[in-house]
Design a protein around this ligand. Structure first.
Ligand code: THG
Length: 266
């Protein structure tokens, strides 16, 4: 079944930033509980927005969330030192977000991940920047899987993020990533495909209809996870329905359960 990584605990969101600045434990706990109740499989924790405060904010968030979390955390930082610190704090094996092929980050992340039993998000990014063609995405994914396999991370623990780019700047950006996801999933059927979706609609009005149409297309190509807001009931209903239509929901049980609980409606 599709895995939802709840994105709400991110200091780039104004209310979360204020709650973190005020050390408002109740606000954060309430938000995490809501994401869990809405069906999240992981809670992404990103403390990157308050410049100079990431380490302390990340520590505080983990200490606040961990006692009430019933699902694993996704530790989200571009800084390998922050990820290492956070990894040591968590009791349940987390998901690491992320490694990439950018040299400094790659070189720092590989020894850290070596021999660890954790899931890892691998960004198809290198020092030349965002991928410009479908083949770039696929080639970077292949390198990432091969390198991670070498240090003992099994393909089933790897979540490839192909990096979604705005369709408003180039109408081919949708097909570019869809083709790449299809190719990666064909080459590595055991790998997962994840990522943020909202970049696709950047610069256009009515973004949510674009994001949720895109997630169903991405699921057809092989995406089986995404970093989204689980409290957005429309995208959650789209995901549950697409999962069923793609044969991932035995006896349509997930769909039926979603309808009975009122989470899915036409
Ligand atoms: N790939 C990976 N990790 C990621 C991303 C990705 N982590 C961060 C991000 N992208 C996904 N997380 C979020 C979290 C919150 C929001 C968007 C993405 C969000 N944004 C509002 C907006 O842009 O309108 C902010 C509004 C507010 O201030 O509340 O909510 O792609 N591996």
């Amino acid at each position: 079944m599709f895995e939802v990584i709840g994105e709400r605990i991110n200091t780039s969101r104004k209310l979360v930033q204020a709650a973190v600045a005020d050390r408002d434990v109740a606000y954060i706990i309430e938000d995490v509980k809501k994401q869990q109740d809405a069906g999240a499989n992981y809670i992404d924790v990103n403390a990157g927005a308050r410049i100079g405060h990431e380490e302390k904010d990340m520590r505080w968030l983990i200490n606040t969330i961990q006692p009430i979390a019933t699902i694993p955390l996704t530790l989200d930082s571009p800084d390998p030192a922050i990820l290492e610190m956070a990894f040591q704090m968590v009791k349940n094996t987390p998901m690491i977000n992320s490694i990439s092929l950018e040299k400094d980050r790659f070189d720092a992340m590989m020894p850290f991940l070596s021999g660890k039993e954790c899931k890892v998000i691998a960004l198809c990014m290198d020092d030349s920047g965002m991928p410009a063609a479908s083949d770039d995405i696929v080639n970077r994914a292949i390198t990432l899987v091969e390198e991670l396999n070498k240090i003992g991370i099994p393909t089933t623990s790897i979540y490839i993020d192909p990096l979604v780019q705005p369709i408003s700047t180039d109408v081919n950006k949708g097909m570019m990533v869809l083709d790449a996801v299809w190719a990666i999933k064909t080459r590595f059927p055991e790998a997962h495909i994840t990522g943020g979706l909202s970049n696709i609609s950047y610069g256009l009005p009515q973004r949510k209809i674009i994001n949720r149409t895109f997630v169903s297309l991405m699921m057809t190509a092989g995406m089986d996870s995404a970093i989204i807001d689980p409290l957005d009931s429309k995208i959650m209903a789209t995901i549950r329905t697409a999962d069923m239509l793609l044969g991932k929901d035995n006896f349509c049980m997930g769909y039926l359960k979603g309808v009975r609980s009122g989470m899915i409606e036409s």
